[in-house]
Design a protein around this ligand. Structure first.
Ligand SMILES: CC(=O)SCCNC(=O)CCNC(=O)[C@H](O)C(C)(C)COP(=O)(O)OP(=O)(O)OC[C@H]1O[C@@H](n2cnc3c(N)ncnc32)[C@H](O)[C@@H]1OP(=O)(O)O
Ligand SMILES: O=C(O)/C=C/CC(=O)O
Length: 259
């Protein structure tokens, strides 16, 4: 890729997935940058919600956590966390949840809890937080993460947030009425679940990315859609917006990087 990094392409492709009329529950980390680039470009009226209860938030800089005062100060309103979960999220009032993952399988099941054995972990990750409820209650789920063999795995070490289980109609069998993961945006490609099996399938390669590169950074045998396309490169507006947001954030946090 020239003129932009693969991380920038990922964030911008993720931002494009959001619509102006979405009500989006923003996961902390990589999704937060994408959601705010969407708000600052093509989706100025999007309602961004963070788990701390902040509704319609418009942060000038990316929050360090869901408890960052920036979210509350720029929100239309802030409700209690129980209200956020019980009334807004579980009440079906949120169209899309945007989550990150440390490990992901081909059916969109997410692990953010532990690598290795739960009782003797190799790596202790941040945990589920609200992500399991987000994954079951938002209308649909978008996921964004960088590709690697340790991240995109055949079997996740721990089921933190349910995607499509073992595939097919697993969600319906559990009584889940929401769509679950409908989109995965990585630093190399855009993936969508097969309508029947629900296995993530590559539908678009980012500029300059090969099928081999996608396979080499994925722990399962990758399927490519028949009508595979190329993701449009970032526009100058998208890149400028993302870079300015990152620069403002770094300045506000004394140079500290926020994903
Ligand atoms: C509303 C809500 O958001 S609820 C909150 C629930 N939590 C989340 O959703 C978190 C989602 N994000 C994740 O899971 C991310 O992968 C995180 C937070 C674990 C790491 O994110 P980043 O800091 O961007 O990741 P990075 O890839 O640099 O990894 C940092 C460290 O985490 C560990 N790690 C992350 N992923 C893995 C993995 N798949 N296998 C082993 N170790 C891992 C490693 O120790 C790694 O350090 P290393 O690269 O030096 O080995
Ligand atoms: O507890 C949670 O669900 C999320 C926590 C993320 C954060 O503290 O920013």
């Amino acid at each position: 890729m020239t003129g932009f990094t693969s991380d920038e392409m990922m964030t911008i492709a993720a931002a494009r997935a959001l619509k102006n009329d979405d009500v989006c529950f923003v996961g902390i980390g990589a999704p937060s940058a994408a959601c705010n680039v969407a708000r600052l470009t093509h989706a100025p009226d999007i309602t961004l919600i963070y788990e701390s209860g902040t509704i319609g938030t418009a942060p000038e800089v990316l929050p360090l956590s869901i408890g960052d005062g920036e979210l509350c100060e720029t929100a239309v309103t802030t409700v209690s966390v129980p209200e956020m979960f019980r009334y807004w999220l579980q009440g079906g009032r949120i169209s899309v949840g945007f989550l990150g993952a440390a490990q992901l399988d081909r059916f969109g099941n997410i692990n953010t809890t532990v690598i290795g054995d739960y009782h003797q972990p190799k790596v202790r990750l941040p945990g589920g937080g609200g992500a399991p409820e987000i994954a079951s209650s938002c209308g649909e789920i978008f996921i964004t993460m960088k590709q690697s063999k340790r991240g995109l795995v055949d079997k996740i070490d721990f089921f933190t947030s349910f995607g499509h289980g073992e595939g097919g109609h697993a969600r319906e069998r559990l009584g889940l009425r929401t769509k679950g993961p409908t989109l995965l945006i990585t630093d190399l490609a855009i993936w969508k679940p097969d309508p029947e099996t629900k296995e993530f399938t590559v539908t678009s390669l980012h500029p300059g990315v090969t099928r081999e590169a996608v396979q080499e950074t994925c722990g399962w045998q990758v399927r490519f859609a028949a009508g595979l396309t190329e993701t449009p490169a970032p526009t100058a507006l998208e890149l400028d917006t993302l870079r300015a947001l990152k620069a403002r954030t770094a300045a506000a946090h004394g140079g500290q990087e926020v994903a």
